[in-house]
Design a protein around this ligand. Structure first.
Ligand code: GLU
Length: 447
């Protein structure tokens, strides 16, 4: 049996870190098993699904490197859902119901007030042909519920271990709306069965759906996949991250926060697992380390500060080739490996490279505290060409001449050469600043 998994987002909003973590875990699971990864758009909610969200999902996954082997879209498959629904109606597993939303609310409220679970009472099953004809003549259209078997439903979840539900403790789910549209609970099963999905890995908000869907798999004659339900990410206060709020969307982490794809992947692959979170530069490393058995049942907390710290650690390791495109997009067309290696230890985000580009390639107003010391130092500047040894040679000479050492020696030079108290190692910056600018800055000129 070859492993097949799917990521099935609804294109009704931007992907946030919680959704994309599920995409990543599915993708890692597939790659580890040598299986395949399906991207399926659950787009049967036509009021809320939007093409721009579908495009956004593809863009976000591509940015992270989560390529898909197969693609499907539920809105292409209505004919198939109709066929399955007709078979379920014919076998009596789908039955028509006529209650309005208000009537259902009243029923639920009355059950809850008696301290009973709000399970649908199957009143519609007691309607005769004449009752149905009367209701339809009043203009009511049926929605259709799936008749659950009142037997235990059990599965061994790859994250939660053995799970047990009583069929009698669940409400018969509505699978077809009044307007004839099939709902997710059905469409997802039909797709998983038709596309031979072997493992359904999703959020724990779907655990009760799984109990119902296992019975639907059985009713439609599909093989029941293995399930894994991951605890959902929360923020630091334990609140859920809602997609509808657009909070922590992948798009804003990329475009506004300057997060690198491997920083997000390194964090999300390990959050809530027994592995330590460490910077990883390739998805292959994450595949090698992945094991769904490492996912814990405890609620993982997503901390944007932790992501930014990891982003910095990733940047400090990334070779120039991996950021050349981003640097060019910032307008730093001439940035080269020497520049990148000089500045990357000081960056949390690639865009901050602009600040150091300005120091090496644009006029800087020097900070001058002791002009005569700087003049002595300037007189000792070696001739070009300069390289990584120039700083050591030069400051050695300045030290010998002036007797200064440590901070007294280095800080005034840094403040004059860069206008700042802190920054990348001057050994790396000095050759990029060059002699002409260095001489002027040491003389107190903006250069
Ligand atoms: N569209 C559903 C969601 O985004 C898919 C759930 C599933 O994986 O079955 O929650």
């Amino acid at each position: 049996m070859s492993v097949a998994v799917r990521f099935a987002p609804s294109p009704t909003g931007l992907l946030h870190v919680g959704n994309v973590r599920l995409a990543l875990v599915n993708w890692l699971f597939a790659r580890k098993a040598g299986g395949n990864f399906l991207l399926r758009l659950d787009d049967t909610d036509e009021e809320r699904s939007k093409p721009e969200y579908a495009e956004g999902i593809e863009r976000d996954l591509t940015w992270l490197g989560l390529t898909w082997d197969r693609f499907a879209r539920e809105s292409d498959r209505y004919g198939r859902y109709d066929e399955v629904a007709a078979a379920l109606k014919a076998s009596g597993r789908l039955y028509p119901c006529y209650e309005t939303p208000e009537e259902l609310n009243l029923k639920r409220a009355s059950l809850v007030s008696q301290g009973r679970p709000p399970i649908y009472d199957r009143a519609a099953l007691r309607l005769g042909d004449a009752d149905r004809a009367r209701l339809e003549s009043e203009g009511r259209k049926p929605h259709w519920r799936f008749k659950l078997e009142h037997t235990p439903v059990e599965w061994t979840d790859l994250v939660r271990g053995p799970v047990h539900f009583e069929g009698s403790a669940l409400s018969d789910p509505v699978l077809i709306r009044e307007d004839g549209r099939p709902l997710y609970t059905l469409t997802s099963v039909v797709d998983d069965a038709d596309l031979a999905i072997t493992h359904v890995i999703r959020g724990e908000d779907h655990v009760a759906n799984t109990a119902v869907q296992i019975q639907i798999f059985q009713a439609v004659g599909g093989a029941v996949p293995v399930f894994a339900h991951l605890p959902l990410l929360t923020d630091a206060t334990g609140q859920g991250l809602s997609k509808r709020l657009g909070s922590l969307s992948v798009a804003s982490l990329r475009e506004e926060e300057g997060i690198e794809p491997m920083a997000l992947a390194s964090l999300l692959a390990k959050l809530g697992t027994s592995d330590a979170i460490e910077p990883r530069l390739t998805l292959d490393e994450l595949v090698a380390e992945f094991d769904i058995a490492k996912v814990s049942r405890a609620t993982p907390k997503f901390d944007p500060e932790e992501l930014l710290r990891l982003n910095a650690r990733i940047l400090h390791l990334l070779p120039f080739e991996r950021v050349a495109g981003e640097l060019a997009a910032l307008g730093l067309d001439d940035a080269d490996a020497a520049f990148w290696e000089a500045v990357r230890p000081n960056l949390s985000r690639v865009a901050e490279a602009r600040d150091w580009w300005a120091v090496t390639h644009a006029p800087v107003a020097p900070a001058v505290d002791d002009p005569s010391f700087l003049a002595e130092a300037a007189a000792l500047l070696p001739e070009e060409p300069w390289d990584l040894s120039t700083w050591g040679t030069w400051t050695g000479a300045v030290k010998a001449k002036t007797g200064r050492k440590g901070k007294d020696l280095f800080l005034p030079l840094r403040r004059a050469l860069t206008g700042q108290d802190h920054g990348p190692e001057l050994k790396n910056l000095l050759p990029l600043i060059g002699r002409t600018r260095a001489e002027k800055r040491l003389a107190g000129e903006t250069a």
